[in-house]
Design a protein around this ligand. Structure first.
Ligand code: ABN
Length: 175
């Protein structure tokens, strides 16, 4: 009888040791793995360090209404220097320059009334490059091999002086 009890004892002990051994090591390994991955991945997560969650978005100024900013709505297909930064205005060439006889016409959405307008981008000619407020937007523009729909062109070429100074943006119609 004694030998039988010893046998059960040994068997139980062996089974318990094996279970404890395997289970303990696996759970330790899995916990270690989670800790390692966690510490490596946590710093990569995006954090809002500004302390103004979603607030920054709301505070963005509306540049579509400012004629000295390239984001102004009429400049959607503009390529040149803004005449509003060069001593002229949105529609007027600076003193000493004259409007180009030909121009590129773009179609821009006015966010205020939701309508599309035809905007003529006339270059102002007769003085060297203004160099201020370079602006290059290309809505509906196409590459140079399609000349009629390409805006990267000196429109002063048909004037007495082909020197390009800056570009105006004149509304010529509603699309
Ligand atoms: N239409 C503005 C411009 C002038 C010269 C060269 C490229 C573009």
């Amino acid at each position: 009888m004694r030998w039988f009890l010893d046998l059960i004892d040994k068997h139980t002990e062996r089974t318990l040791r094996r279970v404890a051994h395997q289970h303990g090591r696996r759970s330790l390994l899995s916990r270690l793995g989670v800790a390692l991955v966690g510490t490596a991945v946590l710093p990569m997560l995006p954090f809002d360090r500004s302390g103004q969650f979603m607030g920054a978005q709301a505070a963005k100024p509306d540049l579509s209404d400012d004629p000295v900013k390239c984001e102004y709505w009429r400049y959607c297909a503009f390529d040149g220097y803004l005449c509003s930064c060069c001593g002229g205005s949105l529609t007027q060439c600076p003193p000493g320059t004259e409007a180009s006889k030909v121009s590129w016409v773009g179609t821009c959405l006015n966010p205020k009334d939701g309508r599309h307008y035809l905007v003529s981008y006339n270059d102002c000619c007769g003085k060297t490059s203004c160099g201020e407020c370079l602006c290059n937007n290309n809505e509906r523009e196409r590459p140079g091999y399609r000349l009629g729909v390409h805006n990267d062109i000196n429109w002063c070429m048909a004037n007495t002086s082909p020197m390009f100074h800056c570009t105006t943006s004149i509304i010529v119609g509603v699309a």
